[in-house]
Write a protein that binds this ligand. Structure first.
Ligand code: CP
Length: 333
């Protein structure tokens, strides 16, 4: 393994082996496993969890890390290809990435979605182009269409809380948000739950269906694992017997790249805020999950987020253990 980019690149057995390693590293720390190794982290968009959990993960394994982001005192970075650089930016990403990579033994890159052209983003063109500039093991820390570290942590979290895999009902629900958000988390999440063999339901309003190539891939993964993937806008139907309600907002795929049209489409959808009644017909032990950050009172009510169903803090903490496993596997085999 020299690249961690898409959970679907790996057989389920390899994901399960990574999860076992994550649990082992949690229970039996290996504080010298990556001694002398350096992790370089390039953040082209903001982060709390990914930034902190990668640094903590590397530190707990005895390695070191450094972070580069546009907010720091660095030269302005130009990301557009083929541009004449006569503006403010003094450095191009095409030099910045290989230089940063050359200082470390493994690299993580976060490159957010531009939310302009759906086909470009499904192809993850920006991240894939950056990946060609890196000659050390590479971790996708969220790109236009992938967030594999989040999904690995989510899978571990469901294992930790005994959420059934085979036959467990996983509802990925769109939620209201004042801004159109990228597709990375929902796209990766639907595939993760399908790989886990779950009965996956994508609950979303009209106009917010996930892209068909992503759904097709998720259905194929479910076929292979004995799971199932369906979608509906019928909330009552979706939530019946749910073991997990995983909330996330994303941009309208019907109006992709057209922000005013997206905002108009979501204007009437403020009741897509997860609240106690959503759990009425769910399984008695149904859990609430969200990748964070989450807007209280917008995406989910305080009483759900602060209540016993919510496992969002454990989910965020598992980012660190999941990434320890990824780093260990990338650097030690
Ligand atoms: N879930 C997640 O990736 O959080 P950050 O954006 O804070 O890293």
């Amino acid at each position: 393994m020299n690249r961690f980019n898409d959970l679907a690149d790996f057989p389920v057995a390899e994901i399960e082996s990574l999860l076992e390693l994550a649990e082992r590293l949690k229970r039996q720390p290996e504080p010298r496993a990556l001694e002398g190794k350096i992790l370089s982290l390039l953040f082209l968009s903001p982060s709390l969890r990914t930034l902190a959990s990668f640094q903590a993960a590397m530190g707990r394994l005895g390695g070191n890390s450094f972070v580069i982001s546009p907010d720091m005192s660095i030269h302005g970075i130009e990301t557009r290809p083929g541009i004449v650089m006569d503006g403010a930016a003094a450095e191009h990403i095409r030099e910045a990435v290989p230089v940063i990579a050359s200082y470390g033994d493994v690299m993580g890159i976060r490159a957010f979605a531009e939310r302009r052209d759906l086909a470009t983003e499904i192809a993850d063109r920006e991240f894939e182009e950056l990946a060609t500039l890196v000659d050390v093991p590479l971790i996708n820390m969220e790109s236009a269409i992938q967030h594999p570290c989040q999904s690995l942590a989510d899978w571990k979290t469901m294992n930790d809380f005994d959420v059934p895999s085979s036959g467990g009902r996983f509802v990925l629900s769109w939620a209201f948000h004042p801004r159109p958000l990228p597709l990375a988390v929902p796209s990766t999440t639907v595939k993760m739950a399908a790989m886990r063999g779950m009965d996956v339901v994508v609950l979303r309003p009209d106009g917010f269906a996930l892209p068909e190539p992503i759904m097709a891939q998720a259905r194929a993964l479910a076929d292979a694992s004995g799971g199932r993937v369906t979608e509906t806008e019928d909330r009552a139907e979706a939530l019946e017997g749910a073991n997990v309600i995983y909330a996330k907002s994303w941009m309208s795929t019907q109006h992709y790249g057209d922000k005013p049209a997206d905002l108009a489409a979501r204007e009437e959808l403020t009741d897509w805020c997860v609240d106690d009644p959503w759990f009425d017909s769910a399984d008695a032990d149904c859990r609430f999950m969200h990748c964070l950050p989450v807007r209280r009172g917008v995406v989910v009510s305080d009483r759900v987020l602060d209540g016993p169903r919510s496992i969002v803090i454990a989910e965020a903490r598992n980012r660190m253990f999941a990434q320890m496993a990824v780093l260990h596997r990338l650097l030690k085999g």
